[in-house]
Design a protein around this ligand. Structure first.
Ligand SMILES: [Zn+2]
Length: 47
């Protein structure tokens, strides 16, 4: 999925918009929410 992240990546800025990064769903969950990981910096988030 595409979500916002703080990391810098010129190509993804051009492809998806400033600050928007490809995220992969992980097998982790926080309560009801699935955890996603930024493919650029590896940050995990639950949005
Ligand atoms: Zn990131």
């Amino acid at each position: 999925m595409i979500a916002t992240c703080n990391c810098e990546h010129e190509y993804q800025d051009e492809s998806y918009g400033p600050g928007r990064r490809v995220h992969n769903k992980t097998t982790k969950r926080v309560g009801e929410a699935s955890v996603y990981r930024c493919t650029v910096c590896g940050a995990e988030k639950t949005n």
